[in-house]
Write a protein of this length. Structure first.
Lengths: 195, 148
């Protein structure tokens, strides 16, 4: 018996229903200049270039339009070789729209933050007890009505914001060094999971 | 303009196994409050949460909260008790800020003499300004409105 997979139909189905469990979205490397990605069968590794702002993204946006749907949930397993100056996992209406960012990152040196932005107004909560050189599962849950965003690290909620939350749809992005040289790793596949 | 903070020992919901362990307050956190989970206990039945809020004038009216709003959680069914301090509490927990950059039209008006910012019809003071880059490498001035 042979199985004929209609890839176009399958992809359309997967992308149109964010409520599907184990929906595997192929992450698309974006603007990685001067580096050669490597893949060891588990981790996709990329090295950034000084002065650049590359990120691994879905390349398209997601929005939960399901009738009765409450929110958008996305996850990724990411790590970085030096735990500073990196946007580890985040949502933006399009990559680079920092005014409406919801994410987890290190800035101000090696301070870890949960960060929410809406039209440029920002709420940050400083996170404690973090080491993102180790494999870390990041999950962001965003309510459709913009009331809450939940930041999970591992399998536990670490931070929760109710202020300065922007609106879907979002592109899902990860492993963006902030103009510094970093080796970032994304567990691939799966890269980014929606459910 | 003040960032208010309060530490609670709270009951939890969910589990690590199902990937949704969280403070019980998570499912109905009052608007205007934010929090950091300082730790979960070994049994995952309780956790320590440090909640925070601000009354800064640049926040929307419905987002401005004060210490009384945090104290209202003392009697919440999810709260086991309040704690005076915790070893894992960060020096600076929360911050409100505003990004101003070359938008057309500008997203905010800054008066550097009076150290005030006007945004979406609301006006208030800022503490300091930090120049930095955004996720696409463009310049922005980040005006720190409140932190603590």
């Amino acid at each position: 018996m042979s199985i004929n997979i209609v890839h176009k139909t399958l992809r359309k189905t997967l992308l149109s229903d964010p409520d599907l469990t184990n929906c595997l979205i192929r992450a698309l490397p974006l603007i990685w200049i001067g580096t050669t990605p490597t893949y060891d069968g588990e981790w996709l590794k990329l090295t950034s270039t000084l002065g650049q702002y590359p990120a691994i993204t879905t390349g398209h946006t997601f929005e939960n339009k399901k009738s009765g749907g409450e929110g958008l949930i996305s996850s990724a397993y990411v790590k970085v070789n030096i735990d500073s100056s990196t946007y580890m996992f985040f949502l933006e209406p399009y990559k680079g729209n920092y005014d409406n960012y919801q994410g987890l990152d290190t800035r101000d040196g090696a301070v870890h933050y949960a960060r929410s932005r809406n039209g440029g107004a920002e709420t940050t909560t400083e996170l404690t007890g973090q080491d993102w050189t180790a494999e870390t599962k990041f999950t962001i849950k965003h309510e459709n009505d913009q009331t809450d965003v939940y930041f999970y690290i591992g399998d536990v909620e670490k931070a929760h914001h109710t202020t300065n939350i922007s609106t879907q749809p979002y592109e899902i992005c990860c492993a963006e060094p902030n103009a510094v040289v970093r080796e970032v790793s994304l567990k691939y596949p799966p890269g980014i999971k929606l459910r | 303009m003040t960032v208010y903070r309060r530490i609670f020992k709270m009951k939890t919901l969910g589990s690590r196994e199902t990937g949704d362990l969280r403070p019980e307050i998570s499912d109905n956190l009052p608007h205007g409050l934010n929090y950091l989970v300082l730790e979960y206990d070994e049994t995952a039945q309780t956790c320590v949460v440090e909640a925070w809020c601000s009354n800064h004038l640049l926040l929307k009216a419905e987002d401005r909260k004060n210490m009384v709003d945090l104290q209202a959680l003392d009697k919440h069914p999810a709260t086991v008790k309040t704690l005076p301090s915790h070893a894992k509490s960060p020096k600076t927990l929360g911050r409100f800020a505003l990004s101003v950059r070359a938008h057309s039209p500008p997203n905010a008006e800054v008066d550097k003499e009076k150290k005030t910012v006007k945004f979406q019809g609301r006006q208030g003071p800022y503490k300091r300004m930090v120049k930095q880059k955004t996720t696409d490498g463009t310049d922005e001035e980040l005006y720190v409105l409140d932190e603590g």
